[in-house]
Design a protein around this ligand. Structure first.
Ligand code: AMP
Length: 412
């Protein structure tokens, strides 16, 4: 049986039909620019791409197009469960959940924590429930993996009432990716995940590192929102918490303007003045562009500093894992980070680092602290988790509770 994986954003839906056991993809695709005249649905199946123009399509029309494609490929009746990516589960969800009214209520309750993402995720779930009424649906939360963080890692040093009354604490994101690459790294290291202390670095448009002890997250660099921590494509990462106040007074900027700039005009884009795309910046830096060079240097320095800081969360360090578009593809970033982490026993094997291009593999010299590249696969992780939730639920439905016979004396 296949699992349909859905990642619903405000104007797009990424989807894939996957075998949770093997990772085989029957189809994948993207409904993009939803709500605009340019809306379209792109489905890739067996190397063939089908583009359906769907002007002004909403989720319902996008799912109708997906359904007709599933029907055409005779896949519709082979799908057993739908897995949804949901960004914020707050403190309510520490594991994936079979969606019912209470789970929807929980996702709604987390909207203040993710005002852009959770409403889109909810709208996607509700449209999917209407499009696939016969299928169970599972929510897989970006934050859930990090709910295992100890209080010392998740609390901010702010008034306690902010925490108790408004949930002001660190949550962390990219949990699905960190969990997946930790599992894969254990497989590549040939050791049980339960015995490993890992630092995983998810470096894409958004970037975060996580400290993972025995398969559970014990710290991560993102916080209340995905703005905290590392330098990212267009996000600043850590800045002085007084910045809003300073810019309000000095530049007459509103809260909203500063927040928007920290999210969309900062990071690699802000530093370089050129763009947010690491590939483009590497080319420009090689051509002598000073802003691009500085952006990459700050990105690398802050990343290395964060990785070193994460070691405070672990008793020892067995391996560092790179993933995400930059982590998987930029040998230059990996080399520069490793060269800043010699104190932790890392040493780069230049040839191995160049050879992992597009695949996973080890990039350190023999005898150094292992560093490896793992290609992330969030869709597969969502498919696996959805299938596991469904199996656990079916099991609990079919296994009748075994009632112990009442003791003699209590019957009389
Ligand atoms: P993601 O969000 O995981 O898709 O990652 C996007 C980031 O990966 C962008 O900054 C891309 O420029 C970067 N990226 C993708 N391919 C490469 C590459 N070959 N070299 C350097 N960066 C890359």
């Amino acid at each position: 049986m296949w699992t349909l994986v859905l990642n619903c954003g405000s104007s797009s839906v990424k989807f894939a039909v996957m075998d949770p056991g093997t990772g085989e993809q029957a189809l994948s695709g993207l409904a993009e620019r939803l709500g605009s005249p340019e809306a379209r649905v792109v489905v890739t199946c067996g190397g063939q791409k089908t583009v359906t123009e769907a002007p002004n399509a909403d989720y319902a029309r996008a799912f109708a197009a997906l359904l007709s494609e599933l029907g055409r490929l005779d896949l519709r009746r082979q799908i057993s469960v739908v897995g949804h990516r949901v960004v914020h589960g707050g403190q309510l969800f520490s594991a994936p959940a079979l969606i019912d009214e209470a789970v929807l209520e929980g996702v709604r309750a987390c909207i203040p924590l993710a005002p852009l993402h959770n409403p889109a995720n909810l709208a996607g779930i509700e449209a999917a429930q209407r499009a696939f009424p016969e299928l169970p649906q599972v929510a897989v939360f970006d934050t859930a993996f990090h709910q295992s963080m100890p209080e010392v890692a998740y609390r901010y040093a702010v008034p306690e009432t902010w925490y108790r009354e408004h949930g002001v604490r660190r949550y962390g994101f990219h949990g699905t990716s960190h969990a997946y690459v930790a599992q894969e790294a254990a497989r590549m290291l040939g050791r049980p995940l339960e015995a490993l202390n890992l630092i995983t670095a998810h470096l894409g448009n958004g970037c975060s590192v996580a400290a993972i002890q025995g398969g559970t997250s014990v710290d991560t660099s993102m916080g209340l929102t995905p703005l905290e921590g590392l330098v990212m494509g267009t996000r600043s990462g850590d800045v002085d918490p007084n910045l809003h106040d300073y810019l309000a007074r000095q530049a007459d900027l509103s809260l909203e303007q500063v927040t928007a700039a920290l999210n969309r005009q900062s990071g690699l884009l802000g530093l370089s003045g050129l763009g947010s795309d690491m590939r483009e910046l590497e080319q420009a830096a090689a051509g002598g562009h000073g802003g691009a060079r500085l952006a990459i240097e700050v990105f690398v320095y802050r990343l290395a500093r964060s990785i070193a800081g994460m070691t405070a969360a672990l008793p020892t360090l067995d391996a560092l894992v790179f993933t995400g578009g930059i982590g998987e593809n930029s040998g230059g970033v990996r080399a520069a980070v490793i060269s800043r982490l010699r104190l932790l026993g890392f040493e780069l094997d230049g040839a191995a680092n160049a050879a992992v291009r597009g695949q996973g593999g080890f990039i350190g010299t023999p005898g150094s602290t292992p560093a490896l590249v793992v290609n992330t696969n969030e869709e597969l992780m969502i498919a696996r988790e959805a299938a596991q939730v469904l199996a656990a639920h079916s099991h609990s439905q079919t296994v009748q509770p075994q009632l112990a016979p009442l003791p003699e004396e209590s019957t009389g």
